[in-house]
Design a protein. Structure first.
Length: 415
């Protein structure tokens, strides 16, 4: 398959990039590992309620004859100077492109604490995704903990589906949360949104200590403003912020700065013909992702005036991103929750004590198998980076489990 523009990720950034580039008539492909376009925030499912804006983007994406959406597809490896090996449920394909736009988004940061592998404990965004995907939670008691606005969004989804959200425990202190809230009138739409998310059980300066239960979660031990309490519940959802999905950018050789893909004013990376937009260039929510995606799309087809007209809008949402990132910095309390026997790598059953004395990620991996399981370090790699400051090296292909027939596409063809 050969396209002018290949976009990785069909979240808000990827959809906006495709639509912005489409008017030029370029042949565009947007691939995403999810079954439907929308990314994390506009994830579909039997219990998902998509806002009109999300439906509008999806419909326009479908209506464009020169945009091909490839759902359920993952990037497996680089397949040449301007080509990627991609796999879906049926086949492996090499896609050649002229320009590439990385809109790979972010994933949740999960930090280990005693009991975090018990059934009933999930990420905060993970709980939201499960509920949208159809998991029933009506009547269940849920505690949500960690950091950032995703806790509130997750609580709202759980409540709308009949769960009782007992507490939302934000690790940042009240002063930081109040400072952030005081700035919200600068973004009136966000202020309005936040009113809808207010919850009587929201507590700042509070965090989880331990998940308790025999074979499944029965209660959580938490610190609420320094007071230790035990709360009986059926579910605990913990998310400590987001980590950008950098693997593909790293593998291609794009410069990474402050844990995000570095881009210039045109959303161009340091690699010629490769652009990046959305959460892979830093967090800031769907509005930042949409405007960055549109700038990248216009720039990739040479429409610099159209891209430049969006710069002031992007600056506005970068202001929001800065306020967000300043307010929800992780404190030391949540970095010291794991005990020596707490698993850090849940795929390979590696406890904290087996890795904490090593000098870096590669050494810890070789000595303990940490990060060598099914998720390939996507979970424990982020935790190790937060707990020990270890930088993960660029990933090696295959970037995700792949079929042998797919990998054979990389073998040289006999002449
Ligand atoms: C679990 C989770 C839940 C969230 N829920 C909310 C919410 O409710 N409200 C809110 O305001 N914000 C939420 N966010 C924040 C949200 O990510 C952003 O606001 C917004 O969706 C960012 O858009 P994006 O296009 O940059 O990335 P995303 O929306 O993350 O889209 C990126 C897409 O790229 C795909 N992808 C990544 N790498 C590859 C690859 N190699 N091959 C194929 N596909 C790939 C991903 O599966 C994803 O579909 C959530 C974040 C996470 C991690």
């Amino acid at each position: 398959m050969k396209v002018d523009i290949l976009i990785i990720g069909a979240g808000p950034a990827g959809m906006a990039a495709a639509l912005a580039a489409a008017a030029s008539g370029a042949r565009i492909a947007v691939l995403d590992d999810n079954p439907a376009a929308g990314g994390q925030i506009w994830r579909g499912g039997p219990q998902a309620h998509l806002p009109p804006l999300a439906r509008d983007y999806r419909q326009r994406l479908q209506a464009q004859a020169n945009i091909e959406h490839l759902p359920g597809s993952r990037v497996v490896a680089l397949a040449g100077p301007k080509a990627l090996l991609v796999e879906d449920a049926e086949r492996g394909t090499v896609i050649e492109y002229d320009r590439l736009i990385l809109c790979t988004g972010a994933r949740e940061l999960l930090l280990p604490f005693p009991g975090w592998t018990l059934p009933g404990v999930t990420g905060a965004g993970g709980l939201q995704a499960l509920i949208k995907g159809g998991m029933p939670v009506a009547g269940e008691r849920i505690v949500i903990a960690g950091s950032g606005p995703l806790l509130l969004a997750s609580a709202a989804t759980a409540k709308d589906n009949g769960a009782r959200v007992l507490n939302i425990l934000e690790q940042a202190p009240w002063s930081a949360v109040a400072g952030f809230a005081a700035q919200l009138p600068r973004w009136p739409h966000k202020l309005l949104q936040s009113f809808g998310l207010l919850h009587p059980g929201y507590r700042a300066g509070s965090h989880v200590l331990e998940a308790l239960g025999d074979g499944r979660l029965e209660a959580v031990r938490v610190s609420i403003g320094g007071t230790i309490r035990e709360i009986a519940c059926e579910r605990l959802a913990c998310g400590f912020g987001l980590i950008p999905n950098l693997q593909l950018g790293q593998a291609l050789g794009c410069r990474i700065e402050r844990d995000a893909i570095a881009v210039d004013a045109w959303q161009a990376t340091t690699l010629a013909g490769v652009y990046a937009a959305g959460e892979s260039t830093g967090f800031g929510g769907s509005e930042k992702a949409l405007v960055e995606g549109a700038i990248a799309g216009h720039a990739a087809v040479g429409e610099r005036n159209a891209a430049q007209r969006l710069w002031s809008q992007r600056q506005r949402w970068h202001g929001f991103a800065h306020a967000l990132n300043r307010a929800f910095v992780l404190g030391d309390a949540v970095k010291g929750l794991a005990r020596p026997d707490t698993l850090i790598c849940r795929c390979e059953d590696v406890p904290l004590s087996a890795v904490c004395d090593h000098q870096g990620w590669s050494q810890a991996k070789m000595a303990s198998r940490c990060g060598m399981g099914a998720c390939q370090g996507r979970t424990c790699g982020g935790a190790a980076q937060t707990l020990f400051g270890w930088q993960p090296p660029a990933p090696r292909p295959p970037f995700s489990p792949a079929r042998i027939e797919t990998l054979l596409q990389l073998a040289p063809h006999p002449d």
